[in-house]
Design a protein around this ligand. Structure first.
Ligand code: FMN
Length: 175
């Protein structure tokens, strides 16, 4: 793709992505989910330590159990697929940097999903029940730190809106 065209495509995807909280009753293709994970693992990480680990949840029963652990139960219960994102503590080397890497990985996944026609919602509120989530997913408590749950599905409501302050609000100074 010409550089100019791909520049436009990247901006379209970054600006067009919205958190989607309602999904069509259609299971996304496994191929697409694997592509999303592939986008995640190409995120940068400190020392290239790639500390992220994933759990893909297709099971209705598990989704229902996870839904009980968050006030966003409707999103979790109805999401056609969930991806749990964790840090492998054995792979970690620096708290802040490893969390930043996980954030980059998650954002890559959200953007890739949007490019593939899927809607996502980054769910953090459920972290208050991290140890119960690990119990439900059958993960060893000590080995993994939970970062987020990502809900994924074909978007039902395409009219999601969001706002940002203007750049002026964020710019401390130019020197
Ligand atoms: C760290 C983090 C945690 C979030 N947790 C939740 C959540 O628990 N439930 C939810 O509905 N949205 C959650 N969101 C999504 C935000 O509400 C959303 O990104 C924000 O309102 C901006 O909207 P946009 O994603 O459509 O641009 C979370 C986003 C981030 C980055």
């Amino acid at each position: 793709m010409e550089r100019e065209q791909s520049q436009e495509a990247v901006f379209k995807i970054i600006l067009g992505r919205r958190s989607i909280r309602k999904y069509e009753n259609k299971i996304p293709e496994k191929e697409k989910i694997l592509k999303i994970l592939e986008a995640g693992i190409w995120a940068p990480s400190g020392l290239n330590n790639q500390p992220w680990r994933f759990v893909i949840v297709w099971s209705k029963e598990i989704k229902e159990k996870l839904a009980e652990l968050t006030k966003y139960h409707e999103i979790v219960k109805n999401a056609p697929v969930l991806i749990g994102v964790f840090l492998n503590k054995d792979a970690m080397y620096h708290q802040i940097k490893d969390h930043q890497s996980a954030g980059a990985c998650i954002q890559n996944m959200l953007l890739a999903a949007y490019a593939l026609g899927l809607g996502t919602c980054w769910l953090g509120e459920i972290l208050k029940n991290e140890s119960k989530v690990k119990e439900v997913l059958g993960l060893p408590q000590e080995k993994y730190e939970m970062c987020a749950l990502i809900a994924i599905g074909y978007p039902k409501d395409q009219r999601e809106r969001s706002e940002r302050y203007t750049l002026k609000h964020f710019l401390i100074k130019e020197v």
